[in-house]
Design a protein. Structure first.
Length: 335
């Protein structure tokens, strides 16, 4: 109810001031293909992400306030957020509605683009200001009922932007912008280095980290109360359970638990292509001399430092290479 009220207030504010600001709206589509190499099993396999959506930004003339609203449809298979068992066919479709409000200053003559979440490599946060900060939510509707609300914070200074998202919300407003269930898209973020006035690829460089967690009801909450790790999910395929009216289906597979470091870059000019390289898996290695694991997942570091239960992640580590494009962008309205 609080999230619905928040959205209503944003749109009431938007409608009452629509004649006193600048509205930017564009339509974007894109495609990304990644090739994974399993370090343990020595196998190659491809993954794909396709997306289309609107990017809307409204900046008020009389104040520093601005709004972002972006609905995006993304389709992805055999990448983060999918069942990573190569023998399982798992197609995921997300409708992500991002709503954000914030402050911006010092208008510029070209747009800068960032993301509020990394379920696909679309750009759904736009600003035409030198500096800005946005706080908002991603509301995801999924074809397998993996519906979720995820808090998002975007901060920009000059040509550098940083995004942080977490389904728990933030420390000072915990649970307001996110659904506070700590599953599926549990947390991550991106560093962006923007380009100036590029028609196709808007950023020189991006680094992102993302964590995806299969869902076992109440496991994390019980683990937190008892001071123990979350139990391992035994199933390796899409195990579904439902109640009597068949309305609630939940993915509980351990094959969904994975983490990813990703580096993305472009070579400049007007090329519509961008390239990526990264690592994905449990991101840990056993140190025989210390008889313990060394962790490379940022979320694991946070949970270790905070004495929180660890999310079970036994995914095979993989290296991947990718190529993507944003071949079409159409400016629908610019006042």
């Amino acid at each position: 109810m609080r999230k619905v009220t928040f959205i209503c207030l944003l749109f009431v504010c938007f409608c009452s001031n629509a004649q006193h600001g600048k509205l930017y709206t564009e339509f974007r589509v894109g495609l990304n293909i990644e090739y994974f190499y399993s370090l343990r099993k020595s196998k190659f396999y491809p993954g794909i992400q396709a997306f289309a959506g609107l990017v809307t930004n409204y900046e008020f003339d009389s104040s520093l306030w601005s709004l972002n609203y972006s609905p995006t449809i993304s389709i992805y298979q055999k990448t983060l957020g999918n069942n990573m068992n190569p023998l399982v066919n798992d197609l995921q479709i997300d409708l992500t509605n991002y709503v954000g409000a914030g402050l911006s200053s010092d208008s510029i003559t070209y747009p800068k683009y960032a993301r509020s979440i990394n379920n696909s490599p679309y750009y759904n946060v736009r600003t035409e200001s030198c500096n800005s900060i946005y706080l908002g939510s991603n509301f995801i509707l999924n074809n397998h009922r993996r519906n979720q609300a995820i808090a998002s914070l975007n901060f920009n200074v000059s040509n550098i932007s940083v995004n942080y998202y977490n389904d728990l919300g933030f420390l000072f407003i915990r649970g307001f912008f996110g659904d506070n269930f700590d599953r599926w898209w549990t947390g991550g973020g991106t560093l962006f280095v923007h380009r100036k006035e590029s028609e196709f690829i808007p950023n020189h460089f991006e680094y992102s980290f993302d964590q995806f967690t299969g869902f076992a009801p109440l496991s994390y909450e019980i683990g937190t109360l008892l001071g123990m790790d979350v139990r391992h999910y035994d199933e390796n395929t899409d195990s579904l359970f439902n109640n009597s009216d068949d309305k609630f289906l939940q993915y509980t597979s351990s094959a969904y638990n994975s983490a990813r470091h990703k580096f993305k870059f472009s070579f400049g000019g007007d090329s519509p292509l961008e390239y990526s390289i990264g690592f994905m898996g449990d991101l840990k290695r056993f140190n025989e001399s210390l008889e313990s694991y060394r962790f490379w997942s940022i979320q694991d570091w946070i949970h270790i430092k905070g004495n929180s239960p660890m999310h079970p992640n036994y995914d095979v580590n993989k290296i991947f290479f990718g190529i993507g494009t944003h071949p079409y962008s159409y400016d629908l309205k610019k006042n």
